[in-house]
Ligand binder design. Structure first.
Ligand code: PLP
Length: 352
């Protein structure tokens, strides 16, 4: 605390990222990073971009990257916005689209950055409880609202809505901005991007941090009606004209162009998830069906805090949220087969 802080700073409750400990031989299953690494072509493109041209500012519009993403997703370049990680894209969306007199709605259990942005940007909000099985129920959003944001698949549950359910949500709220945060969609969800053509109120946000293993590069993007994208661009150009450096733009393009690598690594994560779920169920855990690169599992008898602490002493880090209804759940990122074996072996020791 400091008397030099602005009044706003006193009211903030900053997002707490999963820890990045520097312990050797750690099995790090707490921040949903990819165990398989980025496309080698992306790494090459990043290295190639680290040359004398770095003295020049990058393209402020990230035009080539937006063209590449537009072609990949079958939309026009005016329908694509890019930012410094999808967290920044989301921040601009809160500023540009989600603050209204009526409250923004989102699930009570979801990405904890949403309430953080609401405080930072003074956005009124109301949370909508997940149903007992931890799924989002579209019917529960039939209430006074200025806008809606839903992570699909949801985090930290991994539970997904179908595209038909998102279409129903959009049909019920044609006059409100609806943001769908698809950070994990590539691991088995159905993207809402095909709905953008018919829904001028829909913004779909994706990231290269999870399925493209580029969390360290910081590239996220949004796809939506050109007028929504223009709103985001107005905020961006009032904040930071150059959110993506030259290496980030080059690496992101190369990643999108390496479809074979992308398909292979997401298939490996999906196969790993199956192994992880089977191993956990055999040890007394249950988890809702996950469409993400993590599993949200609870043991039948052992408290989550105790399990997380015991795993930690064995060099395995998972994420736990000290929050009502989910305090006994562990969010476990799908690792390599070797990491999954280490986790399951540690659980065998702990559970006896
Ligand atoms: C990881 C994550 C993001 C942010 O990812 P960036 O690294 O900022 O692109 C956004 N939403 C959800 C739900 C996430 O889990």
């Amino acid at each position: 605390m400091s008397r030099f802080w602005s009044p706003l700073v006193h009211t903030l409750s900053p997002y707490v990222p999963g820890e990045q400990p520097k312990i050797a031989d750690l099995v790090k299953l707490n921040t949903n990073e990819s165990p398989y690494g980025p496309s080698p072509k992306a790494v090459e493109a990043i290295a190639a971009a680290a040359d004398d041209a770095l003295r020049l500012y990058p393209d402020p519009t990230s035009g080539a990257l937006r063209e590449t993403l537009a072609a990949y997703h079958g939309v026009s370049v005016e329908q694509v916005f890019v930012g410094n990680g999808s967290d920044e894209v989301l921040a601009h969306a809160f500023r540009a689209l989600l603050g209204h007199a009526a409250p923004l709605l989102f699930p009570d259990i979801t990405y904890s950055f949403y309430p953080t942005y609401c405080r930072l940007f003074d956005v009124a909000y109301e949370t909508v409880p997940l149903s007992g099985d931890l799924s989002v129920r579209i019917e529960d959003y039939r209430r006074a609202a200025g806008a809606i944001i839903i992570a699909n698949p949801n985090a930290p549950t991994g539970v997904a809505l179908t595209r038909a359910q998102i279409a129903q949500l959009l049909a019920e709220h044609p006059d409100k901005p609806v943001v769908i945060d698809e950070a994990y969609v590539d691991f088995g969800g159905e993207s809402a991007i095909p709905l953008v053509a018919d829904h001028p109120n829909l913004l779909v946000v994706q990231t290269m941090s999870k399925s493209r293993a580029l969390a360290g590069l910081r590239v996220g993007y949004a796809i939506g009606d050109a007028a929504l994208i223009e709103g985001l661009t107005r905020v961006k150009d009032s904040f930071n004209s150059y959110p993506l450096g030259r290496p980030a733009q080059a690496g992101a393009i190369a990643s999108v162009e390496d479809e074979a690598f992308f398909q292979d690594s997401r298939a490996r994560v999906i196969a790993g998830r199956r192994r992880l779920v089977e191993g956990l169920e055999a040890r007394g855990f249950s988890a809702p069906a996950s469409s993400a690169n993590f599993v949200f599992a609870r043991h039948a008898s052992r408290p989550g805090a105790e399990l997380a602490a015991e795993l930690r002493t064995r060099g395995v880090i998972v994420r736990r949220f000290d929050a009502p209804r989910i305090g006994d759940h562990l969010r476990i990122t799908v690792g390599t087969d070797g990491q999954i074996d280490r986790l399951l072996g540690a659980l065998d020791e702990i559970l006896g």
